[in-house]
Every structure is written in C-alpha cells, then in structure tokens.
Design a binder for this molecule. Structure first.
Ligand code: PLP
Length: 361
C-alpha cells in the first residue's frame, strides 16, 4: 500500500482506505461499462443505481423514518446556511439561532441577510466558546419559524451530547458529527451536513428533512433554491455531483460493514477518551479549554504553554507522518479531528508522540 499518513485534517478529512481502494479498482471500468462512473449520464441506469444505493444506505444507517426524506444537494453546508432561511423564514417571522461556536454564527449571519433572525442563546464568553447549552438556558421559541443549532462546533471543539428541547421546528447543522453516533432523526425537522468530514468528499450536502416541513417551504423563490424541487425529483433535478455521490456510496458501504453507527460511536468514544485522558494527565502542559460535558469527540482542541511550542509540535508530528493538527486560523492552538475514518491505532500513535513530546518539554 502507498505511503499513507495519519491524517487528522478537520475537513476535507481522511476517507476510509477501503472506500478509496474500491474507487481505484472501479475507476476506469465501472460495473463492466467500459467507462468511469463520472463519464456516465446522471440519468443512466449505472449511475442511478449508485445514487439510490447511497440514499438507501443513509436511510438504513441513520434509521431515517418514513416521515423524512433524504436529499443530496450541492453547495456544501454554506448552501444550507442560505437556503434554510430562504425556504422557511417568511416576512413577519423570526428564526432563533443557538450559538455555541463560529459555524452557528456564520449560519445566523446568513439568515439575517434573508430575514429576521436572532441569537436566541449563546455561550460566547471572552470571544470564544467553551460549552454547549443546557435546556434551561433556552428562551421559549414557541413563536419562532424554527430553531437552528450546530451539533458539533468543528472549530471550537464544542459538541452537544443531547438534543435541545424546543417547541418550534428544530434544524441542525451536523456537518462534523453526522454518522458518528446513533441519531433520533424523528426529533428534527431538518438536518444538514456538508459531506467532507464524515460522509465523503466535498461537493455534496446531505439533507434529512420531515416531508411535511419540506412541503411548507416558500414557493416564491427560484425553483433550484426550493427544497421541494429536489425532493420531488429524488435529488436528480439537474446534474448531480455524480463522482462525489459515488464516493459517498463507497464510504457508507464501508461504514455498514464496520457495524454501522453503533460501532462508530463505540470506537469514537474510545479514540477521544484516549486523547482527553492524556490532556487531563498534565494540565500544566496541555490545556483543553472546553468544559468536560461539552467536549467534542470529533474535534479535540487544546493548547500548549506557548505558540512556539505548538508550532514545533506540528512540525515534529509531520516528520513522523501525522498531519492536520494545527488549530483553525481564527482560534490558533491545536486541533485533532477524529472522524469515523480515523483508526484507534492512529490515535494511539499520536498519543504516544504527544507523551514523548511532553517529556522533552
Ligand atoms: C465545515 C463545516 C461547515 C462548512 O461547510 P462547507 O461545506 O464548506 O460549507 C459548516 N458547518 C460545520 C459544523 C462545519 O464543520
């Protein structure tokens, strides 16, 4: 096998090797058709089989009930930041956003371009975020068009470990933790996720939405921007990002073989606890700023005593084949992303390296 690194990138992120190898194997001659999957018509039977398999696997892996429909859209999570308010926020209405990190802020800013939207609750403190929100901190949202929150804040490393209880329709950005654990889809009116963290390559956003909610969307916006358009055509209204969806199929097939989201949840908990344990062992050296019960199992954020030491750690890690651990440019520090494709063995290698680095001081 080629020389693969331990890839802790935040997104686009590591993909499971078997999903990549399968693509390599099928690349030039897909399903005996004499061409690659990306050279097929998106309306041909070869591609359609892949498209529907991806949708079927998502439904099975996340136990999506019949009340909900799954869409595969282009434009990433940012498309949803804009299209959610365009579809579901009408003049005279207000949308409530719960802020626990910078992606939620970004979603709110976009909604405010469209209509009236407010930060209904926030854990911002000293220009950063260190925790999720408790239910008793949420204002009543009975009169909101919807409540939006981010299940896992990828930059700040803050994750909700419960689903907020609200009266209004609930919408969640799950870009960085979808498929990492079992999910009660029925509690949500709309879930969305950019694919490039836990689902596949960039270029696709997965949407899972209650059918009745989708149908309630505005119809006075361009057709392409209406969720109902894509729902009515099984996400084949126009040319789909066929190769990205093919890769998603490969990742989902791999995930199913691994034992699905329950197996992922167990492995993700084991990986994160290995790393947090080390950080907690020496709080004078490693500083993990996020409060314990809000710690992300996907993005482990921490600091060293100085930025110089952090830079040295990043470059020494790279020499040892471990990449992607620099914190987001907006917050600095270090961040290790532990999505589904990261093996326990990779985390063990990293933890041993961090232990040695600390010993050198
Ligand atoms: C990465 C990320 C985004 C941005 O995704 P794009 O596909 O680049 O638009 C939004 N929200 C969360 C939680 C993310 O992790």
């Amino acid at each position: 096998m080629a020389n693969r690194v331990h890839n802790f990138n935040p997104g686009p992120a590591a993909l499971p090797l078997p999903a990549l190898a399968r693509a390599q194997e099928e690349f030039l001659d897909f399903a005996g058709s004499g061409m690659s999957v990306m050279e097929h018509s998106h309306r041909g039977k070869e591609y359609e089989a892949v498209h529907h398999e991806a949708l079927r696997l998502l439904r099975e892996l996340l136990a999506v009930p019949e009340s909900h429909q799954i869409l595969l859209l282009q434009g990433g999570a940012h498309y949803l930041f804009a299209s959610v308010p365009m579809n579901f926020l009408r003049p005279g209405q207000r949308a409530d956003y719960l802020l626990t990190g910078s992606w939620g802020e970004r979603a709110l800013e976009e909604a405010q371009v469209v209509g009236q939207a407010r930060a209904a609750a926030s854990t911002a403190s000293e220009k950063t975020y260190r925790r999720a929100l408790r239910d008793d901190e949420l204002p009543p949202s009975d009169d909101a068009a919807y409540v939006h929150y981010t299940t896992n804040e990828t930059v700040h490393g803050v994750q909700f470990h419960h689903i907020p209880t609200v009266k209004a329709p609930l919408i969640a950005d799950m870009s960085s933790d979808i498929l990492s654990r079992p999910l009660d889809v029925g509690r949500f009116d709309l879930i969305y996720a950019g694919a490039q963290k836990n689902i596949g390559p960039s270029g696709v956003a997965v949407v899972i939405a209650r059918k009745s909610f989708l149908e309630s969307g505005r119809t006075d916006i361009p057709r392409y921007l209406r969720f109902s358009t894509h729902a009515a055509s099984d996400s084949l209204y126009n040319t789909a990002p066929t190769f990205a969806i093919y890769m998603i199929r490969n990742v989902l097939a791999w995930l199913k073989e691994q034992g699905g989201v329950e197996a992922m949840a167990r492995q993700n908990a084991a990986k994160a606890s290995l790393l947090y344990q080390l950080l907690d062992e020496s709080p004078d050296f490693f500083r993990a700023p996020v409060e314990r019960d809000s710690r992300s199992l996907m993005n482990v954020v921490f600091r060293l005593p100085s930025p110089e030491l952090e830079d040295r750690l990043v470059s020494e890690a790279k020499k040892r084949g471990m990449v992607g651990i620099k914190g987001h440019r907006s917050v600095g520090g270090l961040r290790v992303s532990l999505y589904n494709a990261i093996s326990l063995a990779s985390v063990e290698t990293l933890v041993q390296f961090l232990r040695d680095f600390r010993a050198q001081g």
